[in-house]
Design a protein around this ligand. Sequence first.
Ligand SMILES: Nc1ncnc2c1ncn2[C@@H]1O[C@H](COP(=O)(O)OP(=O)(O)OP(=O)(O)O)[C@@H](O)[C@H]1O
Length: 343
Amino acid sequence: MDVTPERDSAGPAGAVSAAAITLDQVRKQYPDGTVAVGDLSLEVKAGELVVLIGPSGCGKSTVLRMINRLIEPTSGRILLGDEDVTRTDPVQLRRRIGYVIQNVGLFPHQTISANVGTVPRLLGWSRARIQTRAAELLELVGLDPATFGPRYPHELSGGQRQRVGVARALAADPVVLLMDEPFSAVDPIARGRLQEEFLRLQAEVRKTIVLVTHDLDEAVRLGDRIVVLSQGGKLEQYASPATLLGEPASAFVREFVGTDRAIRRLAVTPITPDLLQPLPPDGNVPAGLPTVPIGSSLYDALAVLLTTNSDDARVTTEDGEPVGLLSRHRILSIDYPADPIGG
Ligand SMILES: Nc1ncnc2c1ncn2[C@@H]1O[C@H](COP(=O)(O)OP(=O)(O)OP(=O)(O)O)[C@@H](O)[C@H]1O
């Protein structure tokens, strides 16, 4: 296999690899003339989590499904590392690309362990190796293998099934993970928890992930970078969450990210030392101030100030050493770079 592997021996499941994805002028046009994706070029780095977002019908799922060849592009090239996927056997390809969809699609008459072991079984792994791997993966997604392994899908909650879907997609150590609205079928509370766990999991396995969502909060929370598409799979912007919210590249993006983007922006801006006032020289910090660690977001700091009805918070290092004071006024008067679209 000719991909650019990135090894991370710290991964819990042994060798972990990830491959970069390159879309080069990729187009999908249907016989009726509909252009689902028009000449799209973008690169996803190995180990990066990129989120595709845009209005309904703009071609997000089509992009994802062209990467694993469930849909054939009309023209253009898609590379995995330096391997052209359009010249790779689709079945072989899909065994190396994990795919997670909204309702998971677990096999109802197979146990959870057997479901997780689907691809390893197709790859001809031994029974013992499959069992060990399934247990390891269930552990990784926060499900006790002894409890959940022998159960059937209908004996799990929606959120638990979703985790099994992720475990199954990771089972054969794929180089890429494609996720199409993976968390949208679960309720908002379970969803927040799944997103958090998913970030922790990604920090461990460092896969190259392309995730489709229609939820901007989810995109901002999960994405290293976000791709905004408009109708016809047109690339409107490809940027980090902070840049997308702070410097929308077009009127379309500006409208898409909405008027509450200042609040969203606080959520992706960390507290930095330049925002702090020094502590009183005698070290006497007024009693009763709320505390926030320096790595927190300004959104978290503002939330703490509002819930404790305080004007200032004590900012500390991760070890609890005070480093300065952050005022509510300072957070609300942050001077973001001029908005290029005006307003
Ligand atoms: N067989 C087909 N013939 C013509 N047009 C098609 C065909 N299949 C899909 N399309 C069109 O391709 C476009 C892209 O569809 P796609 O499913 O990728 O959108 P999406 O952004 O994932 O949408 P959603 O957010 O609603 O899931 C849509 O406008 C759809 O109507």
